[in-house]
Design a protein around this ligand. Structure first.
Ligand SMILES: C[S@@+](CC[C@H](N)C(=O)[O-])C[C@H]1O[C@@H](n2cnc3c(N)ncnc32)[C@H](O)[C@@H]1O
Length: 207
């Protein structure tokens, strides 16, 4: 799959502004979601953090008792992550072509990881990510709406392109891939509040 130029440009923004992005979100993490996710995982299991950025959640996941492997395409984001987590598994790769064997992980954490892909790529990308999970908790958050790579001027990142989904679409996306016991909620964005609400989903994949 060729990445859309708008996806590449958005990734380049994380590359260039990784530290500022990390700092802007550092104290605004979904801590309760991390706990719920870890409670559904088997303690000590490897879990995949898809689109981990500059390690915003990797430490929280680790402290909650799982072993996260962070993947992202933005080298600058991984460099920041490396400073926070000197001995942590971090992989630079595109989400649709990750260098892992099927069913290697005991869970998938994907906080905003699909945000910069065209909506048409979400289904196949999520199918590929779920193939990497043997069983375990599945977490996905994204912007709520129906826009497809709409241009946004972000205070920290500059120009990025963002895709959105509705709660019904996320329920259908995850449900059709066998994710069960799904809870799907709409939440205010931690920075933009109700102007850019998020859809947050947590469920379990059982094989
Ligand atoms: C909205 S940020 C989320 C970062 C972090 N998970 C968080 O919650 O703050 C999206 C991240 O996904 C990465 N990303 C976007 N498209 C990607 C792709 N196709 N392959 C790998 N990483 C990608 C970006 O570089 C960025 O770090």
């Amino acid at each position: 799959m060729e990445l859309d130029q708008r996806t590449r440009d958005s990734v380049a923004a994380y590359d260039a502004h990784a530290r500022a992005y990390q700092e802007s979100f550092r104290l605004r993490r979904p801590v309760a979601d991390v706990r719920r996710f870890a409670d559904l995982a088997t303690r000590g299991d490897l879990v995949l953090d898809a689109g981990c950025g500059p390690a915003n959640d990797l430490r929280l996941l680790r402290d909650a008792g799982v072993h996260p492997v962070g993947v992202d395409l933005a080298y600058g984001a991984l460099r920041e992550a490396r400073m926070l987590l000197p001995r942590h598994p971090l992989v630079q790769a595109p989400l649709h072509d990750l260098p892992f064997r099927p069913r290697s992980f005991g869970g998938l954490w994907c906080s905003g990881g699909l945000d910069h892909l065209p909506r048409a790529a979400w289904r196949s990308t999520m199918a590929g990510l779920l193939d990497l999970v043997a069983s375990g908790p599945i977490y996905l958050s994204c912007h709520r709406g129906t826009e497809d790579l709409v241009q946004i001027e972000d205070d920290v990142l500059g120009t990025v392109h963002v895709s959105c989904a509705t709660e019904e679409e996320i329920e259908a996306l995850l449900g059709s891939h066998g994710v069960r016991d799904l809870s799907v909620e709409v939440r205010p964005h931690p920075i933009h509040d109700r102007r850019r609400p998020l859809v947050v989903a947590l469920g379990i994949l059982r094989r």
